[in-house]
Design a binder for this molecule. Structure first.
Ligand SMILES: Cc1ncc(COP(=O)(O)O)c(C=O)c1O
Length: 347
């Protein structure tokens, strides 16, 4: 099988041999009965890391976000969310289908919203309007190019929400990246939200799984809906073990992914026709525009694939690259050389 350098997403990582070993040896039980010790360990560790009373293991980031929205809203409520966010765009319309909420989408700068624009969007207490019940934030922001939510902005938004009786859900699929890059502990971000979702299957390199964290009462509610949505798993310790291992061994190394992403951005800036500001590459995601090359993102993706590098065409002329555990600094240099070859071929 041809070996590709896969820069499409940090979800493509395969468990390492050591991770597989702990998975194979994991102590397990029936998690629907709450009897899986490895799941319980992972849940406790994540609750502590996020400074929350409790956490619950769920199969995916999508389920983590949607269980949170379901638990914090009632049908007909309004949810303020950034217009390019994952929970609004890429979760199959689940907010409307499963929770009956309507989204009020606000445009952010690289995915980041300001308290003042949220304040303007909050509906008056008048029966003509939907009830603004929840604000969803995403940190890091995927479509925003892995941008980190500045802590001060989160503080302002949280204060505003509290003063208006509105709740905050934080989609922290890549909160680990935000924390490692900024030096701000995950619990400091999480403190500024009522519920938090985090993934172990992205930068941390575990094969499956996410967690939702919050107050005990909130997690009880999430637990009920997890059952209802079919997300209760049995001997889930086999996959939770990968999460425990990843927290021990793959957290600090996210720095390498961030360095690799920066290297990609700096190298790409030198390619004729590429528009990118390396300053905007804060974590492991690199988004750039190729309009000036005269090629479409799909054409570039196909040409790169023929040369052994997989990339994600993100709209007509935008490309997204994501660095991760299975991409080395040597692979990054190879990918850059390949970009230069492909992009200069046509322009
Ligand atoms: C920011 C963000 N939230 C949630 C998800 C959903 O995660 P999953 O693919 O595990 O459902 C993703 C997936 O890429 C994501 O990037």
């Amino acid at each position: 099988m041809k070996e590709f350098i896969d820069l499409r997403s940090d979800t493509v990582t395969c468990p390492t041999p050591d991770m597989r070993k702990v998975m194979a040896e994991a102590e397990v039980g029936d998690d629907v009965f709450g009897e899986d010790p490895t799941v319980n360990t992972l849940q406790e560790r994540v609750a502590i890391l996020l400074g929350k009373e409790a956490a619950l293991f769920v199969p995916s980031g999508t389920m983590a976000n949607q269980l949170s929205i379901k638990s914090l809203t009632r049908s007909g409520d309004e949810v303020i969310i950034e217009s390019s966010s994952h929970a609004y765009n890429f979760e199959g319309g689940a907010g409307a289908a499963l929770s009956g909420v309507q989204f009020n989408c606000l445009k952010g700068i690289r995915g980041i919203l300001d308290a003042s624009q949220i304040e303007e969007a909050i509906r008056p207490a008048d029966h003509h309007f939907a009830v603004t019940k929840l604000i969803c934030l995403e940190n890091t922001h995927n479509r925003g190019g892995g941008s980190i939510y500045p802590l001060e902005k989160m503080t302002e938004i949280y204060r505003l929400a509290q003063s208006k009786g509105i709740l905050i859900h934080l989609d922290g699929a890549r909160l680990w990246n935000a924390s490692v890059a900024s030096g701000i502990k995950p619990h400091e971000y999480a403190q500024r939200a009522d519920s938090v979702s985090v993934c172990i299957s992205k930068g941390l390199g575990a094969p499956i799984g996410s967690l939702v964290a919050g107050s005990k009462g909130f997690i009880e509610c999430v637990h009920r809906f997890r059952k209802m949505f079919g997300g209760g798993m049995r001997q889930a310790g086999i996959i939770a073990a990968a999460g425990v291992y990843a927290l021990d061994h793959h957290l600090e190394r996210l720095k390498e992914d961030h360095q690799n992403a920066k290297r990609l951005a700096v190298g790409l800036k030198e390619c004729k026709g590429v528009s990118i500001d390396p300053k905007h590459v804060e974590t492991n995601i690199v988004i750039f525009d190729i309009t000036e090359t005269g090629m479409t993102a799909l054409q570039v993706a196909e040409a790169m694939k023929k040369e052994g590098v997989l990339i994600h065409a993100f709209g007509k002329t935008q490309i997204r690259l994501v660095t991760h555990l299975d991409v080395s600094s040597k692979d990054i240099e190879t990918a850059l050389k390949t970009f230069i070859k492909v992009l200069t071929r046509k322009s």
